[in-house]
Ligand binder design. Structure first.
Ligand SMILES: NC(=O)c1ccc[n+]([C@@H]2O[C@H](COP(=O)([O-])OP(=O)(O)OC[C@H]3O[C@@H](n4cnc5c(N)ncnc54)[C@H](OP(=O)(O)O)[C@@H]3O)[C@@H](O)[C@H]2O)c1
Length: 199
């Protein structure tokens, strides 16, 4: 398969890339790294990405993040980058990219455990992850039989423990191999309209 992996140099993305690289043609996209550059917060940038990459069999997104901070002082402005990036960035990858994904192809987006079990200070991220999941449920119906779409919803992954562990007390660490398998299930399997929870 010809697979576009947006965020393929991130913590999760690089492990997904390593697992897929041997058996597929992989194109890594990132904001500051990768084979091609994209800012998923910009529709123009996403359109340019697909025009550059052309027809693909699968689009995976492991890019984006959201605001973590005190709810008492959180503002709409603080939430905006996550809404524009992780949420609308992934939505626009589908809306713009569906014309470039072959029949029988797939989209795999990334949400996260916060949709169900938000960490303290994680309300904005919880909302974004929930919205990504709901978008996938609706889009799967609209894409019909021709193209599949799923979300992988990871828990706190083991490779992120040093970076985020202190902010997620009580969360089990998810082995990277399990997270990678969830992306493989979505891309190489036959499921659609699923939220693949890995926690
Ligand atoms: N890590 C976890 O434990 C965990 C748990 C649950 C959910 N998640 C979700 O999983 C996804 C990946 O997490 P991660 O920990 O792997 O993140 P990460 O290490 O921060 O990597 C994110 C990647 O996305 C790219 N990126 C960020 N913003 C972008 C943008 N606007 N346009 C294009 N590329 C962009 C970055 O590229 P550049 O470096 O080139 O900018 C980077 O390669 C995120 O949605 C995160 O919320 C992660």
């Amino acid at each position: 398969m010809r697979i576009l992996l947006v965020g393929g140099n991130g913590t999760i993305g690089r492990k997904v890339a390593a697992a897929l690289a041997g058996r597929h043609e992989l194109i890594i996209a990132g904001r500051n790294s990768g084979d091609v550059r994209v800012d998923i917060g910009s529709q123009d940038s996403i359109a340019a990405l697909f025009n550059e990459v052309g027809v693909i069999d699968a689009c995976i997104c492991t890019a984006g993040t959201g605001f973590y901070g005190a709810f008492a002082t959180m503002t709409a402005e603080q939430m905006r980058p996550g809404l524009d990036g992780k949420l609308m960035g992934q939505v626009n990858l589908v809306l713009i990219g569906k014309g470039f994904v072959r029949e029988g192809g797939s989209f795999t987006l990334t949400s996260g455990i916060a949709s169900e079990l938000p960490a303290r200070n994680g309300t904005a991220v919880a909302m974004i992850n929930g919205a990504v999941n709901s978008f996938v449920l609706g889009a799967a119906q609209e894409l019909g039989q021709d193209r599949r779409i799923n979300a992988v919803s990871p828990g706190l992954v083991e490779d992120s423990f040093e970076r985020y562990g202190a902010n997620f007390p009580g969360y089990d660490l998810v082995p990277m191999a399990k997270v990678v398998n969830a992306y493989r299930l979505s891309v190489e399997g036959a499921i659609t309209g699923k939220i693949v929870k890995v926690y």
